[in-house]
Design a protein around this ligand. Structure first.
Ligand code: ADP
Ligand code: ADP
Length: 237
């Protein structure tokens, strides 16, 4: 279970992006964070694994207090928190397969993939995931040869191969067209429900959140203003 307790972020500029945010995520829930531009959505998702360093409050994953870890312990716990990015963050000159396998090597050690020296069991698992995200046939293509939707599916596969306890997605559909966005949301929903991985998604398209999320957290000006099922959001609107 992920517990976010009274999380705060004040940037050096003085901007208070998070003003005491608390919620829990567990099971196989897909939770969408919605809210207007500048509400703090991106800061929230990135503060959970400390890509952005929170300035107050706590984040815990099961029994581990993420906010209390030193750099090396943080590296380990980030393997349990798969991250999916708006601009995919692939290594352009590596193939699909190599990008996916780089996820097995741990966060921020992608350069290891250049050694192209992967254990057979990792390659076997990568092949399973390739078929899961429907990328069979392009596994030897370079990342820069793919469409946006394919690139995001590589990003998802790279996160999933780590067997994370939770997935964090920071605007995973913002760089994609509407149809491709729906394909990606549908894939993320399948992964949450079939693999029992909770997913937190920062998304600005409310209709996508309502159609695919199990729960919606509404942020406004750094505070939670809604936390409940999509049906209740319709009634509140
Ligand atoms: P959202 O994702 O909802 O658009 P953000 O988390 O990007 O919101 O931003 C929340 C607030 O924090 C905004 O006022 C934004 O200008 C500010 N902010 C975001 N990133 C930084 C940063 N690196 N430095 C200073 N202020 C920032
Ligand atoms: P998005 O709309 O995707 O949240 P932004 O354009 O707000 O992206 O932010 C782009 C980058 O600039 C991010 O790294 C964010 O942290 C940073 N940023 C956003 N707002 C500010 C700000 N007020 N001061 C400094 N950096 C900011």
């Amino acid at each position: 279970m992920l517990t976010v307790d009274n999380l705060e972020k004040t940037y050096d500029s003085g901007d208070k992006a998070l003003k005491g945010v608390s919620f829990e995520v567990s099971g196989n829930e897909i939770v969408a964070i919605i809210g207007p531009s500048g509400a703090g959505k991106s800061t929230l998702v990135r503060s959970i694994n400390r890509l952005t360093e929170p300035t107050g409050g706590r984040v815990s994953l099961d029994d581990t207090e993420v906010t209390g870890l030193d750099k090396s312990a943080l590296r380990d716990v980030r393997r349990d928190m798969g991250m999916i990015f708006q601009e995919f963050n692939l290594v352009e000159r590596l193939t699909v397969m190599e990008n996916i396998l780089s996820g097995r090597l741990g966060y921020l050690s992608t350069w290891n993939a250049f050694r192209r020296n992967f254990p057979p069991e990792d390659i076997k698992r990568a092949r399973e995931i390739l078929s899961r995200v429907n990328l069979e046939g392009v596994e030897n293509n370079r990342a820069d040869e793919l469409s946006g939707g394919q690139r995001q599916r590589v990003g998802i596969a790279r996160a999933v191969i780590q067997r994370p306890k939770i997935l964090l997605a920071d605007e995973p559909t913002s760089a994609l067209d509407p149809d491709t966005s729906r394909e990606v949301m549908s894939l993320l929903t399948d992964i949450a429900h079939e693999d029992d991985i909770p997913i937190i998604i920062n998304i600005h398209e409310v209709d996508l959140a309502v159609d695919y999320a199990d729960r919606i957290i509404g942020l406004s000006d750094g505070e939670i203003v809604f936390n409940g099922p999509p049906d209740d959001l319709d009634q509140a609107a």
